[in-house]
Design a protein around this ligand. Structure first.
Ligand code: NAG
Ligand code: NAG
Ligand code: NAG
Ligand code: NAG
Length: 393
């Protein structure tokens, strides 16, 4: 309470908002001294998606052995994640610094991919009728084919956080020709099975899911947690200021799994200017179903499932077709992606291995925002890119 009062009195005089707090991907890159590009792709169902790129720097010698790398954001997130911690720390800067061609897609419905040829996301609720299935099976393949086409490369590397991992798994499971388009993938704090997840958002998703699954018959298509929306404004009010750092760390990020040992105050401020970045309510519901059903197909409710799948519960997503190489990075203290759930995922995959980060304080968001990313995370990706082998750190 006292803190609030001090904050309110002090904020106008001594607040020191970050100059990077609300910069877009191209603005962030430019502010940080990098060149970036904006690419646009269209899906078969007319969604218009933004793919950002940090092309190889001019000082980099052309090297045909260097495959492009794709960074795929997690749920409620965007391409900005890989730039937010800044040069030398953010994933995309580190790969670009090593002369890799870095591609950064945005899934439908988020801040950068909130567009469609005929639907208006502000007015047409049908725009919001999607979940990870559409992101995996309609967005990702056109993005991948577009990147391969523009770069002339035959394969890509893939590094993804949380939901981004689920997307490529679903794609390779259902359209196995995509396995060959990847040399390897690195999954960070991967979310598929959530049996042991303790994260409060996941718990809420599970609570609401039966209700929402019932309601989806009458239409439950809506936007959730848009950037600039009320949730983000509250977070920003509380955290978007160096002074509010202690308050913010104890309140808001307790919910999101914030870890002060890993995320520095200035980065925290930039995070709250960029996240959450929006998704659909249906996608929120889908992850609640996942907490209940495992990494399973969409749950239509008992009657719908009997019609669709011939059984009361939705079947697990069959991962038998996923043959590409996966390396998972997890942490003992991660309350979202529990190592036991990761083991369940790995038991269904033919070529998967894992590293448990030796710094035990790592949690879900630290894989993308921690000051220690260059110590524990990106060396694994760079070593795979350079040497097709890696050591756990
Ligand atoms: C595996 O891939 C084939 C196409 O090659 C597809 O017909 C089949 O449905 C896939 N299996 C599963 C379980 O999705
Ligand atoms: C993770 O969950 C455990 C048990 O609920 C809790 O004690 C711990 O504080 C949580 N850690 C974080 C970082 O949220
Ligand atoms: C996984 O795939 C890689 C690359 O093809 C290969 O070098 C490795 O031996 C495979 N590992 C397993 C366990 O199949
Ligand atoms: C790749 O291997 C070489 C030779 O062992 C080593 O010097 C280099 O550091 C490795 N690169 C990465 C990124 O691990």
């Amino acid at each position: 309470m006292y803190f609030f009062i001090i904050l309110c009195i002090c904020a106008p005089f001594c607040s020191e908002a970050s100059p990077r707090i609300d910069l877009t991907f191209p603005e962030l890159a430019s502010y940080d001294g990098y060149t970036s590009e904006i690419h646009t792709v269209e899906t078969e169902d007319d969604y218009i998606l933004t793919v950002h790129r940090l092309p190889p720097k001019e000082t980099c010698a052309a090297d045909p052995n260097k495959i492009p790398i794709v960074y795929m954001h997690g749920m409620y997130e965007s391409s900005d994640d890989c730039l937010i911690p800044g040069p030398g720390v953010g994933h995309c800067y580190i790969y670009a610094e090593s002369c890799y061609d870095v591609w950064v897609p945005n899934s439908r419905g988020n801040f950068y991919s909130r567009s469609h040829k005929t639907y208006n996301p502000d007015e047409d609720v049908d725009y919001w009728d999607f979940d990870i299935d559409e992101m995996a099976l309609k967005d990702l393949p056109v993005i991948i084919d577009y990147i391969l086409d523009v770069t002339g490369s035959t394969q890509l590397g893939y590094v993804a956080h949380a939901q981004g991992v689920a997307l490529l798994l679903i794609l390779c499971a259902k359209q196995p020709q995509y396995n060959d388009k990847f040399n390897f993938a690195v999954g960070l704090s991967s979310t598929t099975w959530l049996n042991h997840a303790k994260f409060s958002i996941v718990a809420l998703e599970e609570e609401l899911s039966p209700l929402m699954t019932l309601a989806s018959d009458v239409g439950l298509n809506a936007e959730l947690f848009p950037r600039g929306g009320s949730i983000q404004k509250v977070i920003q009010l509380l955290c978007g200021n160096v002074l509010a750092y202690p308050l913010c760390s104890s309140l808001i990020f307790a919910t999101f799994g914030y870890n002060k040992f890993q995320i520095t105050p200035n980065v925290l401020i930039d995070i709250v200017g960029h996240a959450p970045s929006g998704t659909s309510l249906k996608n929120f519901n889908r992850w609640g179903q996942m907490k209940k059903n495992g990494f399973a197909e969409y749950d239509f409710g008992e009657k719908g499932n009997l019609e669709k799948y011939g059984q009361a519960k939705p079947p697990l997503i069959n991962l038998g077709n996923v043959t590409m190489q996966w390396i998972f990075l997890g942490s003992e203290n991660d309350n979202v992606s529990d190592l036991r759930d990761l083991d369940t995922l790995m038991s269904y995959l033919s070529n998967a291995s894992k590293c448990v980060v030796s710094d035990k304080s790592f949690i879900h968001l630290d894989f993308i925002y921690s000051k220690n990313i260059p110590k524990y995370i990106t060396p694994v990706v760079l070593s795979m890119l350079n040497n097709k082998t890696y050591e756990c750190l």
